[in-house]
Structures are given as structure tokens and as C-alpha cells.
Ligand binder design. Structure first.
Ligand SMILES: *[C@@H]1O[C@H](CO)[C@@H](O)[C@H](O)[C@H]1NC(C)=O
Ligand SMILES: *[C@@H]1O[C@H](CO)[C@@H](O)[C@H](O)[C@H]1NC(C)=O
Ligand SMILES: *[C@@H]1O[C@H](CO)[C@@H](O)[C@H](O)[C@H]1NC(C)=O
Ligand SMILES: *[C@@H]1O[C@H](CO)[C@@H](O)[C@H](O)[C@H]1NC(C)=O
Length: 287
């Protein structure tokens, strides 16, 4: 049938026939609302924008159920670039931090010391970006509170001097509800000591180098992602999208995660052990 001949038929059908309907949150107890994204030069674009697109859509489609905030944290307020400065040309993208590590920790500690001063708008973590239909880079209408979930992307920059990023993760982790690493972002989390004694995974092509950054971590060679306590880690690059859905499935419900994936027209890996890339990249122990 030529597509022109089915158009009148489609127009006669109710628009929602057979379409998935949006499930509500199964779990409304203490869901996190303030997310943090750690950025640095030569971050991997998809490590950041894959998961962020998933969380953007969560914020947008569930704006009646939750109000979410994002702080974009970096060593300085300079735009962080995907570029490494080693190539001719200009194939790079940049992201604007909202808050420096120092500003966040200073504001955070000040507020902890004086909890009643929560209408004091000088705390720099209050510069979080409100996720949803009206995004802006100025003060959100209400105090987003402390960061509850930190997303740590990877990329070539993880092989540079990461001492500030590692120190920030080490300091912040005890105050977080969850941390999510993508790709070689696991090496930052590992060097912060967060993964010691825990199971985690990382980029399979960079495996040999990456696992050396965490000698006391139980690295899982065949895993799209790993969940251990409040730590989620994903395999390389695109796996960050799957760990974002897995995180949403765990906290907000599988139906919510699947609805978001259908909305994004994304085919999820739903089994964390479904990972062909360990073998592809000759990772020891991969099956
Ligand atoms: C609900 O979410 C909280 C975290 O916000 C989590 O600890 C808890 O296990 C979840 N409960 C269910 C039934 O999924
Ligand atoms: C949100 O609530 C408004 C007003 O109650 C309603 O019109 C709208 O359809 C709701 N949106 C979603 C995504 O549920
Ligand atoms: C790494 O950066 C920190 C500051 O961020 C600096 O103190 C340190 O000397 C640097 N280390 C190396 C090896 O360059
Ligand atoms: C690994 O664990 C051993 C034994 O607890 C400890 O001596 C060592 O310092 C740890 N290494 C790292 C890099 O944390």
C-alpha cells in the first residue's frame, strides 16, 4: 500500500490507539531531584549528552510529578570542551559549568553549618539549572538543596591531571545518595576511593589502563553496567544511556524507564550482562 492511500485511514483513527500511555511514578518516596554533572576538558560527548537527554526527558515528561535541577560542576567556570586541542580543525562542542567545585563545597558546607539560612541566596549551588521546559542559567525559583546524584562522564580527559576532579568526588561522595559513572569516568570514581571493595565496570577498549586506576575494585569484564549499592557504573560511551535507564528503572520504576526509552525511540539493553564488547576488545575474563 502506498503511504498516500493509508493517510485517510490513519486520520480516522483515534490518535492514541495502541500507543503506550504514560505510567506514573511507582515510587514517590524520597526520589532525588538535584542532579550534578561533573565536566572537564576532553569529556566524551555521548557520555554526557546520552544520559542527560534521558534525564532531561524524565524532567520534562514528569514535570507534574517532580521538579528536577542540574548543577554542572567543573574546576573553573570556563566552558568544558570535548576537544583535546591535538587535532587541526574545530570538531568540538562545549558545555557551560554552572558552579565550580570550590564554590559548591564552600556553599554546601556553609549551609550545613547554618541550616536555617536557606533563604540566603549566596550559596553558589543554588545556581543549578532547572530541568524541564524552561531551562535557564540563572537562579532557580526555589533552593534545589544538596546534590543527590552525581554523574561522572569519561573521555580522553580522564588521562590528564584529574586531581581536582578526584578530590571533589572523594569529598562529595559521602553526601550523595547515588553516583553514576559512564565509560572511563569510573577511573575518576575509582581514584577517589569510592569503588574500593565494590563491583564496577568501565570502557572495554580502555580496559587495561582503566582497571589499573582502581587496583582494589572488582572490575566486571562482561557488563553493560554494574549496580553496587549506591554506585552505578557503565561500560563505554553509549552504555551511559543504558545505565541512565537502569537507574530510572530502579528508582522510578521499570515502566517509567521503558516509557522514556520508547519516547526516545531507543532500544535498551535491559540485561546488565548483555555485553558483547568485552570479547570484542579482548578484555581478560570476558565471556
Ligand atoms: C524507592 O526509591 C528509593 C530511593 O529514592 C529506594 O531506596 C527504594 O528502594 C525505592 N523503592 C522501591 C519499592 O523501588
Ligand atoms: C500536567 O498538569 C496540567 C494541569 O493539570 C495538565 O494540563 C497536563 O496535561 C499535565 N501534563 C502531564 C505531562 O501530565
Ligand atoms: C595536577 O593539578 C593540580 C592542581 O589541580 C596541581 O597541584 C598538581 O601539581 C598537578 N599535577 C601534575 C602532575 O601536574
Ligand atoms: C588496596 O588495598 C590494600 C589492602 O587493604 C591497601 O594496602 C592498598 O593501599 C589499597 N590500594 C589502593 C590503591 O587503594
Amino acid at each position: 500500500m502506498r503511504h498516500t492511500s493509508i493517510l485517510p485511514l490513519l486520520a480516522a483513527l483515534p490518535p492514541t490507539l495502541g500507543s503506550p500511555s504514560q505510567p506514573s511514578f511507582a515510587n514517590t518516596t524520597t526520589l532525588p531531584t538535584h542532579f550534578g554533572l561533573l565536566v572537564f576538558d576532553h569529556f566524551q560527548a555521548l557520555d554526557v549528552f546520552g544520559p542527560m537527554d534521558v534525564f532531561n526527558n524524565l524532567a520534562m515528561l514528569y514535570r507534574n510529578s517532580t521538579t528536577m535541577y542540574l548543577s554542572i560542576l567543573s574546576k573553573t567556570m570556563e566552558p568544558a570542551t570535548t576537544g583535546m586541542g591535538m587535532m587541526a580543525g574545530s570538531m568540538e562542542q562545549r558545555i557551560l559549568p554552572t558552579t565550580t567545585f570550590d564554590e559548591y563545597l564552600t556553599g554546601s558546607e556553609k549551609d550545613n553549618a547554618k541550616p536555617e539560612a536557606c533563604d540566603d541566596t549566596s550559596g553558589s549551588h543554588k545556581r543549578a539549572v532547572r530541568l524541564g521546559t524552561r531551562q535557564h542559567y540563572s537562579m532557580p525559583p526555589t533552593d534545589p538543596g544538596e546534590i543527590e546524584v552525581l554523574i561522572v562522564p569519561g573521555g580522553g580527559g580522564t588521562r590528564n591531571n584529574m586531581s581536582s576532579e578526584i578530590a571533589f568526588v572523594r569529598t562529595l561522595y559521602p553526601k550523595l545518595k547515588y553516583i553514576i559513572s559512564v565509560c572511563t569516568g569510573a577511573t575518576i570514581v575509582a581514584r577517589a576511593g569510592v569503588l574500593d571493595g565494590k563491583k564496577a565496570t568501565t570502557n572495554k577498549r580502555s580496559w587495561t589502563w582503566a582497571v589499573q586506576q582502581g587496583p582494589n575494585v572488582t572490575w566486571v569484564p562482561t557488563a553493560r553496567w554494574v549496580e553496587d549499592g549506591n554506585v552505578f557504573s557503565s561500560s563505554g560511551v553509549s552504555a551511559g544511556i543504558d545505565v541512565a535507564y537502569a537507574f530510572i528503572a530502579r528508582l522510578y520504576g521499570e515502566e517509567v524507564a521503558q516509557y522514556l526509552a520508547l519516547s526516545a525511540e531507543f532500544v535498551r539493553a535491559k540485561d546488565e550482562h548483555d555485553d558483547p564488547f568485552g570479547k570484542v576488545w579482548d578484555v581478560p575474563g570476558a565471556t
